[in-house]
Design a protein around this ligand. Structure first.
Ligand code: 2HG
Ligand code: ZN
Length: 505
C-alpha cells in the first residue's frame, strides 16, 4: 500500500547563512591572481584624493576597514580572493551615477556586489577594484495589487521580497537556496534560474523593466511595468545576465504570479536514473499544469546532507531521490491527484519509497534536503562546481564517468539539479584545491558538454571562472558581438573587468 511508507521529517532551514567558512578547518583563501593566470589591467589605483571624493558622494559609507572588506573580497565558496581597499555603499541611483561618472573619468575599476552568493567568482574583485555594494539600496518602491507588479531597489534581499509579496497574495517568480542573502539586482545581473524555473520560466520573461547606471554615470531608466511594450530593441535584456559588465542595475520591476492556493511536495526514492527520467515523463503527463518543480539528487548528495547538516532522509536509502512539487488551486483535489499518481509510481517500480507533505512545515523540511546540498558540499572540502545544461536523457552520464576517471583523487563526485529544466549540478569535492585535479576536470567536462550541444553554464553565469570556456557554447561571431557591446557601453572597461567575456589574447 502507498499509504504506509509515507513519513514526514522535521523542519529545516531554507536560508544560506553567511559564508561557507563555517568549517573550522577552512583553509586560507589564496589571492585569485596567484591561483589563476591573470594580469592586472592598467586601471588607476585609488588615491587619498579619490577617497575624499567618495566621502563627499556617500558620506560615512566609504568602507576601508580591512575586516569589513574581507567579507566582500572573498566569495561565498571561499575560492577567490580580491584585494580591494575600498567599498562604497550608495543608497540611491543618483549616488551610483556620481560614483560611476567619477570612476569613469579617473579610470578606476568597479566591481558591483549584491549578496555575494555567486558560484563563478563574478561578485568579488579580482585585484583592487572598488566594490560597489547594493546592500543599502533595499527599499520596495511599490507593489501593484491588481497586476502583481513589484518595483524595488536592486539591493532588496530575495527572501524579504518573497515575504512582502506573499502577504499580498502573490509569489516571487524566482526562488533559490541563497534567498536569505542574495539581492534581486544580483539575481537579474546573473539571470539566476533556481527552483521555480520549471513553473515560471526565466527572469527574462518575468522582469518587466529595470533601471541601470551606465559606466559613464548615465542613468538608463527602463523601469517600465507594462506587460506589452514592443518598441524596438528590448534594452533591459542586455543587462539581465550581463553580470555587472554593462551597467549597474539599480532598480527592478518584476511581475509576480498569484500565490498558488495548494502546494504539495512528494519526496521519492528511485532505483536508477532511468527510473528518475521515467518518473519525470509520467509526472509531466499526469500532473500537467500543476507540476511546479521536479528536482533530483543522487545518493551521495543525501549522504553528505546527512553527514554535514544532520538532515535525515525521509525515505529508504535509494540510489536517487526526486522532489516533486505541485502548485494548484484546489488543495484536496491536488493532494488526491498526487497521492493516486504516486501509488501508481510505486506499483510500477519506478519509485521504491516516498513521503508526501501537504503542510508548510513539512514542505519546507523536504525542500531543505535539496536546497542545502550546496551548503553540505562546502563543508566537505574544496568544491569544483559545474552547472551544465544537457539533453535530459544524458543528464547523469558524466557523474559515473568522472567517478571512474578521478578515482580516489576526488573525495566525492555528485550529481543533482533541476531535472525538469535539463540542468545538472555536477560537483567534485577534494581535501584542497589542486591544479592537477582541475586540469583533469577541465577542459574534459566542457568538451564533453559541448559534444552533447549542452551549455557550459545553465544558470550560474560566467563570472571569472568560466570566461575562457564560453567558446564551448557560443560561436566566435557571438563572442565578437558581445565584445562590441561591451566596448559600446563601457569603452574603458571599468565595469567588473576580468568577468563574463573571454580574456583577450
Ligand atoms: O552548488 C551548486 O552547484 C548549485 C547551487 C544551486 O544552483 C542549486 O540549485 O542548489
Ligand atoms: Zn541550481
Amino acid at each position: 500500500m502507498w499509504g504506509s511508507p509515507w513519513r514526514v521529517v522535521g523542519t529545516g532551514s531554507l536560508v544560506r547563512r553567511g559564508s561557507s567558512s563555517t568549517s573550522s578547518r577552512a583553509p586560507e583563501v589564496v589571492l585569485t591572481h596567484e591561483r589563476y593566470p591573470v594580469q592586472r589591467l592598467p586601471f588607476s589605483v585609488v588615491s587619498e584624493e579619490d577617497r575624499a571624493a567618495f566621502e563627499r558622494m556617500v558620506p560615512g559609507r566609504v568602507i576601508m576597514d580591512p575586516e569589513e572588506l574581507e567579507a566582500s573580497n572573498v566569495d561565498w565558496l571561499r575560492s577567490m580572493r580580491g584585494c580591494s581597499k575600498v567599498l562604497l555603499r550608495p543608497r540611491t541611483s543618483e549616488e551610483v551615477s556620481h560614483i560611476l561618472r567619477y570612476c569613469h573619468e579617473r579610470n578606476l575599476a568597479v566591481n558591483t556586489q549584491g549578496g555575494n552568493t555567486g558560484m563563478v567568482g563574478g561578485s568579488v574583485p579580482v585585484f583592487d577594484e572598488i566594490i560597489l555594494s547594493t546592500a543599502l539600496m533595499n527599499q520596495v518602491i511599490s507593489f501593484h495589487d491588481m497586476s502583481g507588479t513589484l518595483v524595488c531597489q536592486a539591493g532588496c534581499v530575495l527572501e524579504e521580497l518573497s515575504r512582502h509579496v506573499e502577504e499580498r497574495g502573490f509569489v516571487m517568480p524566482l526562488d533559490l537556496g541563497a534567498k536569505g542573502t542574495c539581492h534581486i539586482g544580483g539575481n537579474l545581473a546573473t539571470n539566476a534560474g533556481g527552483l521555480r524555473f520549471l513553473r515560471y520560466g526565466s527572469l527574462r520573461g518575468t522582469v518587466l523593466g529595470l533601471e541601470a547606471v551606465l559606466a559613464d554615470g548615465t542613468v538608463l531608466n527602463c523601469l517600465m511595468s507594462l506587460r506589452k511594450d514592443n518598441t524596438g530593441y528590448d534594452l533591459k535584456q542586455l543587462f539581465i545576465g550581463s553580470e555587472g559588465t554593462l551597467g549597474v542595475i539599480t532598480a527592478v520591476s518584476i511581475l509576480c504570479p498569484p500565490k498558488p492556493r495548494a502546494v504539495n511536495v512528494a519526496f521519492l526514492g528511485c532505483p536508477g536514473f532511468a527510473e528518475v527520467l521515467q518518473t519525470f515523463h509520467t509526472c509531466r503527463g499526469m500532473l500537467g499544469e500543476i507540476l511546479s518543480a521536479f528536482e533530483f539528487m543522487d545518493a551521495t548528495c543525501m549522504q553528505l546532507v546527512g553527514r554535514h547538516l544532520h538532515l535525515a532522509s525521509p525515505v529508504q536509502e535509494s540510489p536517487f531521490y526526486v522532489l516533486v512539487e505541485t502548485s494548484g488551486s484546489r488543495a484536496e483535489h491536488d493532494a488526491e491527484k498526487l497521492s493516486g499518481f504516486l501509488e501508481q509510481l510505486l506499483g510500477s517500480g519506478l519509485v521504491t519509497d516516498g513521503t508526501l507533505a501537504t503542510d508548510q512545515r513539512k514542505i519546507k523540511a523536504l525542500w531543505a534536503l535539496r536546497e542545502r546540498i550546496t551548503e553540505a558540499l562546502s563543508r566537505d572540502g574544496y568544491v569544483y562546481k559545474y552547472d551544465i545544461s544537457l539533453p535530459v536523457e544524458r543528464l547523469y552520464d558524466l557523474v559515473p564517468d568522472l567517478r571512474a576517471r578521478l578515482g580516489p583523487r576526488a573525495k566525492h563526485v555528485v550529481g543533482y539539479g533541476h531535472l525538469g529544466d535539463g540542468n545538472l549540478h555536477l560537483n567534485v569535492t577534494a581535501e584542497a584545491f589542486s591544479a592537477a585535479l582541475l586540469g583533469e576536470l577541465e577542459p574534459y567536462v566542457y568538451e564533453w558538454t559541448a559534444g552533447q550541444r549542452g551549455s557550459v553554464s545553465a544558470e550560474h553565469g560566467v563570472g571569472f571562472k568560466k570566461r575562457d570556456v564560453l567558446g564551448y557554447s557560443k560561436p566566435p561571431e557571438a563572442l565578437h558581438l558581445m565584445r562590441q557591446l561591451k566596448t559600446l557601453l563601457d569603452p574603458k572597461g571599468i565595469l567588473n573587468p576580468y568577468k563574463t567575456l573571454p580574456a583577450q589574447a
